[in-house]
Design a protein around this ligand. Sequence first.
Ligand SMILES: N#Cc1c(-c2ccc3ccn(Cc4ccc(CN5CCOCC5)cc4)c3c2)n[nH]c1N
Length: 237
Amino acid sequence: MRVDVITIFPDYFGPLSLSLIGKARGSGLLDLEVHDLRTWTSDVHRTVDDTPYGGGPGMVMRPEPWGQALDAVGPGTLIVPSPVGKPFTQADAQALASLDHLIFACGRYEGIDQRVIDDAAARMPVLEVSLGDYVLFGGEVAVIVIMEAITRLLPGVLGNADSLTEESHAAGLLEAPVYTKPASWRDRDVPDVLRSGDHGRIARWRRDQSLLRTAARRPDMMAAYPPSSLDKADRKT
Ligand SMILES: N#Cc1c(-c2ccc3ccn(Cc4ccc(CN5CCOCC5)cc4)c3c2)n[nH]c1N
């Protein structure tokens, strides 16, 4: 997968050289390049922003540098993090993980001139996404989060592909609690069922815990969980 990130803060993306994303880049599974938007400015001050038409607070990112930057790195699927974007979900991560070329546009200030998005949409798919109902300083942190969500889905990145099948937002329920050694810690014991070796009982316990957690913390997920997936025993949970 080829990924181009355009930003006025390239140093924000140091974390994408670490851990499993760094390994994915080193092994060739992920070809990622971070570009400084100011590369495509032409004035001595390398200006990327200006005052908003119609008044209002803050500054808006100028269209010219963005247009030239997207001409240079595109076409691909353009992902624009935004406070007004569609909520980003695991399903979005799975869809994006299957694509060949992603371009991330990291806005700052009050956002990017809308004509940049409209112009890009005339020649490539554009997805405006939001991480959640809170306001960040810009799109860079969102891109790091989105890149983690996508990269872990790329074949060969996670050693144990099984861990992808049981994931919360893929399976529709929150995962059960996890435990490791020691069996007892500060007078708190690992549930006996997990040490029983009875895989059927363990699977049942984990499913029950998933249902309890999801019902308590994510009624929205519970409401969306297909009734056909709940057997009679579950309904008593
Ligand atoms: N992904 C993601 C994000 C972002 C995000 C993503 C990209 C950029 C580029 C600039 N900013 C800052 C910024 C702050 C304030 C405002 C004004 N509006 C805010 C909403 O109410 C109306 C008024 C605009 C832009 C960004 C923030 N925030 N939250 C998410 N989940």
